[in-house]
Design a protein around this ligand. Sequence first.
Ligand SMILES: O=CC(=O)O
Length: 335
Amino acid sequence: SLVFRARNRSMSAKPFKVLITHPEVPQSGIDLLKEHCELTQVLSLPPSRAELLEKIKGVDAVLWGGHSPLNAEALDAAGPQLKCISTMSAGIDYVDVAEMKRRKIPLGHSPTVLDAAVADLAVGLLIAAGRRFHEARRKIDSDNWESYHLNWLLGQDVRDSVVGFFGFGGIGQAIAKRLSGFDIDQVLYTTRRRIDQETEKELNAKKVDFDELLAKSDFVVIASPLTPATQGIFNATAFNKMKRTAVLVNIARGKIVNQNDLYDALKSNRIFAAGIDVMDPEPLPPTDKLLTLDNVVVLPHIGSATTRTRSDMSTIAAHNVLRGLAGEPMLSPAY
Ligand SMILES: O=CC(=O)O
């Protein structure tokens, strides 16, 4: 029949089946994929794992939106024809990378396009925590507007400060670039490998070890991936090496910080304040003791949450998938 032939033709024109694992993946990536692929999509919201495991059966590739674990269970459900996957995130801590590699499945992710949005938010947190935004707002709410004190709500200056980066990739460098407009004194950074000297010079940045970073920084910004080596590294020992006036900013992953120790360090004023977009667990229960503190600004993981950035992340993820299906190197391979 005509219908049958039309169907056949479109199937031969679109040889690949691709699953989109989230109903809210921005249209930009979907439009790119649907030119070349037959799409199925997880439609439940929040996305159900069961629906994902059902719909992943037999697909050639996956645009992995959201942070559902990408593990052996999902890969087994997909089947051996699976050719590639791209996440729509920078961090891939919810991916079993060893399992993906063992099966020789290329993985893409979407860093870089979110550097600016996350860096903007980090600067916002750094100022909000250093200048006591949360505590100050609470003063208004509780009718304690005590501006007759000359030293009321005094905070930390950004100008002439030393800003230390734990992790200094695209996001860290984008933050440093923005802060150079605030007349900071020096950028320090701790990474496994030294960055190129031209960028060091441009950002007035110097590589130091972890202890020196902690001891010398007025603001410590966590901008590293979560790995076994970084998990829990910001613990009581680390906080005890920081300045009492120091402000901690975390826009990376909550588990890099021992949150119990962070609570103690903030509660006892061992450090001055913290501004965090990530925590452990997420979502953070509204009853968590961290939320009782005056000196922490907490945001619900909105670093990349701008319309343009999310759309760009979807575009990059779709390009990764298309390239993976074509057997070409991805735009942003995760390994
Ligand atoms: O946290 C968000 C991301 O990794 O993209």
